[in-house]
Design a protein around this ligand. Structure first.
Ligand code: NAD
Ligand code: UD1
Length: 331
């Protein structure tokens, strides 16, 4: 299969590229490098023995998109901006990149006859869960920030496109909390500046590049009072995309599918798992809740099992071990 990965040089896209290359697919990475760099290509080649094609371009460039779509069977659409806090201050940039960028991509797909799309959605579309675990039938529509709303808008746009074009197939993969790295330690999550997300922050504290972790809230209605999330190894997530490829080829219409492990770990449990994997102490302080955070979320992943034949296999210890393996190789 010829598969185009928008945003394919980023964290999830590059790990997915490994699985697709190893499965024998032809992979084209299309990325403007706004949050990644070209060295990923060498690393992918070292890991897989194959070098994917790379096109430096923006998804909002319709002409470049049409060119890139020649002979493509499936698009996996990772490209987008993803920092929740930043999205509150830069809503126009976020809607332009994420929503407008997707519209330009869809228009280019229509013009080139490409009808198969797998989209990076997020558990953020569920907002504050009324019940757990979250199934795909749980209500959406309460995202609290422009990033989350951009994901909801895109899901709805894709549903409308599928209604208008019965030959179109769109899968919205709702990721829970992807963490970890490829076991080689050559690629992983490496945000610029001070990380917002838990795992990259913990990894830097373990490495000594940040002094201590702030644990945001210990008065949630959870077993130890700290937030609970469904962390999923990025290589399991990558496998989920590979399993979605035959599904999107063989079905039409719109569908949403959760990708998570189906169980939650608290912030304190993650800290202890990371300490065990890394052998490093993670100093932390309990501080106020972070605005916009929810107490807990985890998913029911049975739809992915039923329809894609996929389930996560890696443990929280694997996730911490591989994240540390990546982090500890840095200077
Ligand atoms: P990432 O920032 O590492 O990767 C995104 C890639 O897209 C980057 O390489 C960036 O350079 C590229 N990009 C951004 N805007 C672009 C544009 N206009 N044109 C071309 N390329 C562009 O992020 P990630 O963690 O790999 O996330 C991938 C997707 O998954 C995103 O859509 C994100 O919103 C979604 N997602 C991520 C998480 C997470 O925790 N990482 C959770 C849920 C959903
Ligand atoms: C965040 C985003 C979500 C996005 C997801 C991607 C918010 C509100 N939500 O989810 O939209 O899809 O990232 O993975 O930002 N924590 C600390 N200290 C820290 C960092 C985090 O205690 O320094 C806690 C948080 O309070 C939370 C848990 O760790 O309980 C996980 O946080 P994080 O990794 O930022 O992910 P989410 O908030 O779940």
């Amino acid at each position: 299969m010829n598969i185009l990965l928008t945003g394919g040089m980023g964290f999830i896209g590059s790990h997915t590229a490994i699985v697709l290359l190893e499965a024998g697919h032809n992979v084209v990475l299309y990325d403007n490098l706004s949050n990644s760099d070209a060295s990923v290509l060498d690393r992918l080649e070292t890991i897989t023995g194959r070098r994917p094609s790379f096109i430096e371009g923006d998804i909002r460039d319709g002409i470049a998109m049409q060119k890139a779509l020649a002979n493509i069977d499936v698009v996996i659409h990772f490209a987008g901006l993803k920092a929740v806090g930043e999205s509150v201050h830069k809503p126009i940039e976020y809607y332009d990149n994420n929503v407008n960028g997707t519209l330009v991509l869809l228009d280019a797909m229509m013009k080139t006859g490409v009808r198969r799309l797998i989209f990076s959605s997020s558990s953020t579309v569920y907002g504050t869960p009324a019940t757990l675990p979250l199934t795909e039938d749980c209500p959406t529509g309460e995202a609290t920030n422009p990033y989350g709303r951009s994901k909801l808008h895109i899901e709805q746009i894709l549903a409308d496109v599928c209604r208008a074009e019965p030959s179109f197939s769109a899968i919205c993969l709702r990721y829970f909390n992807p963490i970890g790295a490829h076991p080689s330690g050559l690629i992983g999550e490496d945000p610029n500046g001070i990380p917002n997300n838990l795992l990259p922050y913990v990894a830097r504290v373990a490495h000594g590049t940040l002094p201590y972790l702030k644990v945001f809230g210990n008065d949630y209605p959870t077993p130890d009072g700290t937030g609970v999330r469904d962390f999923i190894h990025v290589m399991d997530l990558a496998d989920g995309h590979a399993k979605a490829v035959p599904y999107v080829m063989n079905n039409t219409g719109w569908i949403a599918i959760n990708l998570g492990c189906g169980r939650g770990y608290s912030v304190l449990e993650v800290i202890h798992a990371f300490e065990k994997s890394s052998g490093q102490k993670i100093p932390y302080q309990l501080v106020e809740r972070r605005e916009g955070d929810i107490a807990a979320n985890w998913c029911d992943p049975s739809k992915a099992q039923r329809l894609l034949g996929w389930s996560a296999t890696r443990t929280i210890d694997d996730m911490c071990h591989d994240a540390w393996n990546f982090e500890s190789r840095k200077e």
